[in-house]
Design a protein around this ligand. Structure first.
Ligand code: NAP
Length: 244
């Protein structure tokens, strides 16, 4: 079994996922970059290696069951465990503030839930045995403040006018997974938490976002490296809890 910590990050070829990989890699953690387009993953891995990081890419389309199985087999064979799983891959195909609950198509709902919710559950379930072999397994579900039902229901909250049903509900469902799984894993060495990265300049967040990707990765990194006394079953941004 590898003596170094090993982290798998989905959707790590760009954006917050890639920067999370970089920051974890700089802490000496071995990085597996999950990318649905392997050539983009390999480009990212080459970049990180130039920065002195132990990184490799795998083809990892999170909606593809055979990619998930192949990743479990490869990481099991090569490292014998997984210390950190970051369910970072995500899609948003609606305009924020589109207020589309009466019009959003079933296709948009299903495609968004496939990536943002069903695949995060499938990936996590597939890796649980390897996570249990770690001294300190950490699962980070990359959610969004837009998944907060409390803030959506509170007039005047920062997201009250930012409604987009498929994306928001997929992240609420992901948060439910965090709470339920943390309950099931009580008494084990695994912690599972939801992260809100902030509104971050990426292809998804757009240039209008106030935060850069370096700060945008910090919440994922912090939750991925929590010590034994850290929380499990929470929803955080930069160390501060967010309402469910
Ligand atoms: P991004 O730059 O658009 O990156 C999204 C990543 O997810 C890309 O690597 C993309 O791969 C990957 N992805 C999408 N579908 C996938 C699939 N089926 N299998 C594997 N990978 C897939 O967005 P980001 O801003 O970094 O977002 C990262 C996470 O943060 C997402 O979960 C997002 O919901 C969350 N978030 C972002 C913000 C923000 O302001 N940016 C705010 C709150 C939460 P391709 O390159 O192949 O498309």
């Amino acid at each position: 079994m590898s003596t170094k910590k090993v982290a798998l990050i989905s959707g790590a070829n760009k954006g917050i996922g890639l920067e999370t990989a970089r920051q974890l890699g700089k802490q000496g953690i071995t990085i597996i970059l999950g990318a649905r387009d392997l050539s983009k993953g390999e480009q990212a891995a080459t970049q990180l290696k130039k920065e002195g990081i132990d990184a490799q890419a795998i083809k990892f389309d999170v909606v593809n069951a055979s990619d998930i199985k192949a990743a479990v087999d490869k990481i099991g064979k090569e490292f014998g465990k997984l210390d950190i799983l970051i369910n970072n891959a995500g899609v948003m195909s609606e305009p924020i503030g589109g207020n589309n609950s009466s019009t959003v198509s079933e296709d948009t709902l299903r495609k968004t839930f496939d990536t943002n919710f069903f695949s995060a559950v499938a990936v996590t379930q597939a890796f649980l045995l390897l996570l249990k072999k770690s001294d300190a397994g950490r699962i980070v579900n990359v959610s969004s403040i837009l998944g907060s039902l409390t803030l959506h229901a509170t007039e005047g909250s920062p997201i009250y006018e930012a409604k987009a049903l498929a994306y928001d509900a997929s992240k609420s469902a992901l948060n439910a997974f965090t709470v339920h799984l943390a309950h099931e894993l009580k008494g084990t060495r695994i912690k599972v938490n939801s992260a809100h990265p902030g509104w971050v300049k990426t292809d998804m967040g757009t240039d209008a976002a106030p935060m850069n990707v370096v700060d945008g990765a910090k919440t994922e990194v912090e939750l991925a490296t929590l010590g034994p006394d850290g929380p499990s079953g929470g929803f955080f941004h930069m160390g501060e809890p967010i309402s469910w």
